[in-house]
Design a protein around this ligand. Sequence first.
Ligand code: ADP
Length: 184
Amino acid sequence: MTRLIFMGPPGAGKGTQAKMLSEDMGVPHISTGDILRAAVAEGTSLGQKAEVYMNAGELVPDELMLGLIRERLDQPDAQQGWILDGFPRTVPQAEFLNQLLDDIKQPFDFAVNLDVTDEVIIARLLKRGRQDDDESVIRHRLDVYRQQTEPLIDFYRSRQRLVSINGNQTMESVQANLKQVVVD
Ligand code: ADP
């Protein structure tokens, strides 16, 4: 059974890689960014709250995210494995997730960190052109990443649960590296 947590700075390519791998492994790709964007598009109450933060390059507050992930992992399709993309993004989210996975007896395999340099990140994000991808918002998202999300690398490393992959390579090479990790 595959249960992986994907991490990496915005623009690391984790969404693309997580989606490809989830199709290969036959498990759902759970992207909190996609869930939030769908909520924004539908205009739900969560979406209305989240939109302000997303457009500013801020993280959506943990109090909204924790319930969201708990409900998503409770769905029938998530009982046979998953790839989490974009959660956790803060230490409290990671602590919450550890406790939740313990409670529901779903241990994860590893946290996979896609390591990418700043130049590559900015170039990729500017090319992508999503609503929250203008240059000042991108720079802010990177700062937020460094402050709030990067500490998770040590969080998982100290628990012997971290695998790092060089994300500066072509999509195909990253994918090949990932498969080696998952199959081993
Ligand atoms: P990227 O692929 O650029 O990292 P995502 O699609 O994962 O972006 O997320 C887009 C935005 O959604 C984030 O900038 C943030 O505002 C919000 N978001 C997604 N996941 C989380 C999370 N776990 N906690 C807080 N905010 C989140």
